[in-house]
Ligand binder design. Structure first.
Ligand code: TYM
Length: 341
């Protein structure tokens, strides 16, 4: 049986990168997959605490992400939508996987290495020995593997930046199955056809929640005025005309990518570049804004309505937790018996 699983961190209302890279696929799969395919989407609050969080803020952000997922069109009747921490089996399987996962593999992962190189209390040749970095951050990929494997997911729709984590999840399957027999299912990645969405203020780095500048990202609940203003001030370059060349012209190329995703005629970034080759940056940006505003239309209003409806959100939370616990329990029974627990 096909099982789709994916997750998003509760960092507040998702940005355009999350939407284009992953969430839009989550919604589309509701129609593309047969009704027999289980669709399971998690708001990964246990991953969120790998960096310091204020408890009240975290609670609020989880709610925001839940309301946003419903606002983009995820149907709680069709999908299981739940908070990771409401299903203890995720943490339990993580521990079991940790006992066959290799430290060497984890320490070579790019996200960890980039955190390590930013950490002044450790040096690269010293490795993590002197580091203040947390064990939870190091083992982040093991928890992510557990998320996927505990639901026996066959397909995981994510953006480009999650590929290495998915490879690690497959590695966990190999290690576990080698030790205990063929019990876990290796998941395939469904990568978004669109490129990574880049920051509007620094188009050589990806659009992210952690970037300081608010103007670097578009939230899917931004007003049309916000969108126009952020796209209008997006960093481009002073070469005349519009062309698609991600290496030489990252700013324009990113706007072309965004335009292409929301283009009603589904033209590619390169095709759009030809059409707008001689257009001024100002007019081009207005055209991109129009397409984006049309593409996100309705999300903001639905989000505001849902956010005000606490009792409805609570009901969805409870129902999601119940369905996800049930799904995870099947795997835990198999795994525990295989391990002898
Ligand atoms: P997170 O919360 O950072 O991002 C959620 C999804 O959005 C995609 N994404 C992007 N895609 C294109 N361009 C961008 N600029 C961009 N920024 C983010 C991400 O690829 C992701 O698909 N570790 C995961 C959460 C997670 C998970 C899982 C995912 C935990 N367990 C199990 C899949 C399966 C993360 O931090 O995603």
């Amino acid at each position: 049986p096909r099982v789709v699983f994916s997750g998003i961190q509760p960092t507040g209302v998702p940005h355009l990168g999350n939407y284009v890279g992953a969430l839009r696929q989550w919604v589309n799969l509701q129609h593309e997959e047969k009704p027999s395919t289980k669709l399971i989407y998690s708001i990964v609050d246990l991953h969120a605490i790998t960096v310091p969080q204020k408890p009240e803020v975290l609670k609020q952000r989880k709610r925001e992400v839940l309301a946003a997922l419903l606002a983009i069109g995820l149907d709680p009747e069709r999908c299981t939508i739940f908070y990771q921490s409401s299903v203890p089996a995720h943490s339990e399987l993580m521990w079991i996987l940790a006992c066959t996962a290799s430290v060497g593999y984890l320490s070579r992962m790019t996200q960890w290495k980039s955190k390590l190189s930013l950490d002044s209390s450790s040096t690269l040749d010293q490795g993590p020995v002197g580091s203040r970095l947390k064990l939870g951050l190091f083992s982040y990929p093991v928890l992510q593997a557990a998320d996927i494997l505990v639901h026996r997911a066959t397909h995981v729709p994510v953006g480009h930046d999650q590929q290495q984590h998915l490879e690690f999840a497959r590695e966990c399957v190999t290690n576990f199955n080698h030790a205990y027999g063929n019990h876990l299912v290796p998941p395939s990645t469904i990568i978004s056809p669109a490129q990574r969405i880049m920051s509007l203020t620094d188009p050589t780095s990806k659009m992210s929640k952690s970037h300081k500048a608010q103007r670097s990202r578009i939230l899917i609940t931004d007003t049309p005025e916000d969108i126009r203003s952020k796209i209008g001030s997006a960093l481009t370059d002073s070469t005349p005309g519009v062309s698609y060349d991600p290496a030489a012209r990252p700013g324009f190329s990113n706007l072309l990518e965004i335009y292409s995703v929301f283009d009603a005629e589904k033209r590619s970034p390169a095709q759009l570049a030809e059409i707008y080759a001689h257009t001024s940056p100002k007019i081009f940006k207005e055209t991109v804004s129009d397409a984006l505003i049309a593409g996100l239309h309705g999300i903001r209003d639905r989000y505001l309505d849902l956010s005000a409806n606490e009792s409805y959100l609570e009901k969805i939370e409870k129902e999601g937790a119940r369905k996800a616990q049930e799904s995870a329990q099947e795997t835990m029974d198999i795994v525990k018996s295989a391990v002898g627990l």
